[in-house]
Design a protein. Structure first.
Length: 407
């Protein structure tokens, strides 16, 4: 038996093993109990908006909050900036929002900005029942707060809205980037909700119950992916989380492939760093057989099954190359091309499935929907170099992505 046989066998085992591992994880989710308990229904609301140099988009967000079907005082909107000369400041003041200046500019991450805002609120002896976390480029549907209050009134500690895209038709990158959140919410969180499991929080468009913020005495999530860190914390501590498909909001996606490569590398680096903090704690918690055992196991497993299957595919490709490279180079090219085409069509089918599950809600034209189906497999494949870069670069820092599009 030659090297190609062993490579092919190991690759096949990794693919099958990854699939079985994934299936067992989903089976474990049946043991969850992410059911809320009715709590006080006071509706005092604050919005926290990190907004460094966001003068081009902040008006649209503030106007969308002002036009909500549920009235909110503009003074309860906290716009977080770094510099008094930032044009965002004058716009936010004109709209009646409260300005919060960063305390320590050596701490550049979003979690630190939110921490400054919460400490500012506490210093002014204010308390809110809900804290909405938004990005400056977001725009809210007029019934966003009303829809989210239904999750809050049911007793959920954290509620996540439905994230759509403002600029998915600007480029193929923006269209494919839009589908990232279809994967997280429509494929992931929607299914978790059916199983009464804990949700995966992604970036923006969610609320946290005020009593939790009070217990934090700030915002303690400071990795590059503070949203994923919050997801791990919520699962570890058995907080109830809801995905609310009726709470629509829109955000801006990168149009440059280079920008999205760095953005996703940052996400992966933050994913790794957050797991280093919480995975040991989750392993200990699982020994106590908690009520959200399935969610803990799901978070513990993470993307391991997918990584196993990707490595398996790579080893099979290597096996095919090793098998015929010297005997028949043309055969190698044919088989390799066929195999890669098979992977491409599998990812295209996954993309079609995501779009079908969205039921026409994505803010994409027919042309850009077709483009997304054709190019999203390449976009998904590019996570591999992002992951490799992130694994070997521990010094990835947060970089601002310029926003300039209204809805």
């Amino acid at each position: 038996m030659d090297l190609s046989f062993y490579l092919f066998t190991i690759g096949l085992i990794l693919i099958i093993g990854g699939g079985l591992y994934l299936g067992y994880t989903k089976f474990q989710l049946r043991k969850d109990n992410n059911f809320p308990k009715a709590k006080d229904k006071d509706h005092s609301i604050a919005f926290l908006i990190p907004a460094r140099d966001e003068s081009k988009v902040i008006t649209s967000l503030l106007d969308s909050i002002a036009n909500q079907s549920v009235a909110i005082s503009m003074q309860d909107i906290y716009v977080i900036v770094e510099d008094k000369k930032d044009l965002t400041v004058s716009i936010a003041k004109e709209k009646g929002a409260t300005i919060v200046y960063r305390r320590d500019l050596t701490k550049r991450r979003k979690g630190y900005a939110l921490d400054d805002a919460i400490k500012y609120i506490k210093d002014h002896d204010k308390h809110y029942s809900l804290y909405f976390i938004m990005d400056a480029d977001n725009v809210l549907d007029s019934n966003f707060i009303k829809a989210m209050l239904s999750s809050y009134d049911q007793g959920y500690d954290i509620g996540i809205g439905y994230r759509n895209c403002k600029n998915g038709n600007d480029s193929w990158v923006a269209a494919c980037s839009t589908l990232t959140f279809s994967m997280i919410n429509t494929l992931g969180n929607k299914n978790r909700k059916k199983r009464s499991s804990n949700m995966l929080i992604s970036g923006t468009g969610f609320y946290i119950r005020g009593e939790l913020i009070d217990s934090f005495k700030g915002y303690p999530f400071h990795t590059l992916t503070e949203d994923y860190e919050l997801s791990l914390y919520a699962t570890l501590h058995g907080l109830t989380t809801d995905y609310n498909e009726q709470a629509f909001f829109y955000d801006e996606q990168p149009t440059s492939f280079k920008t999205t490569l760095y953005q996703r590398s940052r996400w992966i680096r933050g994913f790794i760093d957050a797991r280093k903090i919480y995975i040991p704690k989750m392993k200990e918690k699982l020994k106590k057989n908690p009520r959200n055992r399935g969610s803990l196991y799901d978070m513990l497993v993470g993307v391991k099954p997918y990584i196993s299957m990707v490595i398996g595919v790579f080893l099979i490709i290597l096996a095919l190359v090793a098998r015929w490279l010297f005997a028949s180079p043309l055969k190698v090219l044919f088989v390799l091309g066929f195999f890669l085409l098979l992977v491409y069509f599998a990812l295209a089918l996954i993309t079609l499935h995501m779009i079908a599950r969205e039921k026409g809600r994505l803010n994409l034209t027919t042309w850009h929907t077709i483009v997304a189906v054709l190019l999203n497999p390449l976009f998904l494949a590019s996570y591999v170099p992002c992951a490799i870069y992130s694994l070997f670069n521990k010094n990835i820092e947060w970089k601002k992505v310029d926003h300039n599009r209204s809805l």
